[in-house]
Design a protein around this ligand. Structure first.
Ligand code: ACO
Length: 345
């Protein structure tokens, strides 16, 4: 009997050797130069510092100038992460950029950033899952590494939300900010390190409460929130608020139950920064102290896909994370989408 021939592996990854675990190696951050305070905003739209701080917790946000695009912000964040990781760009196997504000339909932001930082021919792709995008991307990085496909995967959360903001709509324009942060994950020989639990979900039925239409066709039947400005975010704040309160709690509960731990076992929860009131009430319900649920919305506003990434970077830069720590990342937002990623560092 003749033996069936085994086709040779294509050039690229493989043969796959599953590593024992995966670890967060380093992070990087890039912010626009310009800071816009609530007082500054109140000069152009009918709002005030007191209302914004009381309802959202936001004091200021970074807004990209004409010369600061998503490509530059994402690239700078990744360069800094590579430097902090002491890693050559050519060591990267794959780059994922999570963003809802790519500059072009093609090439992807990830592809141009991969070229800009000198990581060619690493694989590259964008993820569009709005405020959940970074957590989706972290989960994908884990899948690529733990399956033995790749060893070094960079994940960037980057946004220039100011480009899709209706600056005349006080319901939305006070909320958003621009920025980018990157994280590099690598295979580890330590089996205790890696993702312990993840989930990723979506429900576009609910996207009538948060969407960014390009044409009349994109506006849901019976819509009541469209401001008349295409290519800008349309939002029913109260409905999104309710979704966020419920979903954040649900994601936390499910992660804790799945792994059989208590909230107090976590080193820190790193949630999407949507509203300080929502984060505060979740923290109080869990009975956690302030440092256990990370909040920086006061300085950055809601930066969508960049928000969890920026939090993670600040925790790393502040040396607040150590090996063995349990870190719970949660993203929720447009799509609507939501996602969880629980790691032991
Ligand atoms: N300044 C002053 N007054 C304002 C402003 C403002 N910027 N915005 C709204 N108001 C007014 C409203 O017109 C309303 O006035 P009225 O009572 O006379 O009608 C009043 O303030 C209360 O408005 P509400 O919408 O009920 O205020 P609320 O307490 O719900 O806060 C907010 C609004 C902050 C938007 C809140 O609903 C929220 O945070 N929702 C979640 C938003 C979110 O997380 N979005 C994330 C998704 S983004 C993404 O995925 C890209």
């Amino acid at each position: 009997m003749t033996q069936a021939k085994i086709a040779p592996l294509p050039a690229g990854a493989g043969p796959f050797r599953r590593p024992a675990g995966a670890r967060l190696v380093a992070t990087g951050l890039a912010l626009p130069k310009r800071v816009v305070t609530n007082d500054e905003l109140s000069k152009t739209v009918d709002t005030n510092d007191e209302w914004i701080q009381k309802r959202t917790g936001i004091r200021q946000r970074y807004i990209a100038g004409e010369d600061e695009g998503i490509r530059q912000l994402a690239g700078d964040a990744l360069r800094q992460a590579l430097k902090n990781a002491n890693m050559a760009p050519t060591e990267l196997d794959f780059v994922i950029v999570a963003t809802l504000t790519p500059e072009m339909v093609t090439p992807s932001t990830a592809a141009v950033v991969t070229t800009d930082v000198g990581a060619v021919p690493a694989g590259a792709m964008d993820i569009s899952a709005a405020c959940s995008g970074f957590v989706y991307a972290v989960n994908l990085a884990w899948s690529l590494i733990s399956s033995g496909v790749y060893r070094n995967v960079a994940v960037v959360g980057a946004e220039t939300l100011s480009r899709v903001t209706n600056w005349k709509d006080r319901n939305t324009c006070v909320l958003f900010g621009d920025g980018a942060a990157a994280a590099i994950f690598s295979a580890s020989d330590d089996a205790s390190q890696g993702c312990l639990y993840l989930n990723m979900h979506s429900d576009a039925e609910k996207s009538r409460e948060l969407y960014c239409p390009r044409t009349q066709r994109d506006i849901p039947a019976g819509d009541t929130i469209f401001t008349g400005e295409f290519n800008t975010l349309q939002m029913n704040g109260r409905e999104i608020y309710k979704f966020a309160v419920h979903t954040l709690q649900d994601c936390i509960d499910k992660a804790l139950t799945a792994v059989g731990i208590k909230a107090s076992d976590l080193a820190v929860i790193v949630p999407h920064q949507m509203n300080a009131r929502i984060l505060e009430s979740a923290r109080e319900k869990l009975g956690l102290s302030e440092e256990k649920l990370y909040v920086n919305i006061d300085r950055f506003g809601n930066t969508s896909a960049a928000s969890v990434a920026i939090c993670l970077h600040e925790l790393m830069a502040g040396k607040r994370l150590k090996k063995g720590d349990l870190v719970l990342m949660i993203g929720l937002g447009g799509g609507l989408t939501w996602a969880t990623s629980l790691w032991r560092l």
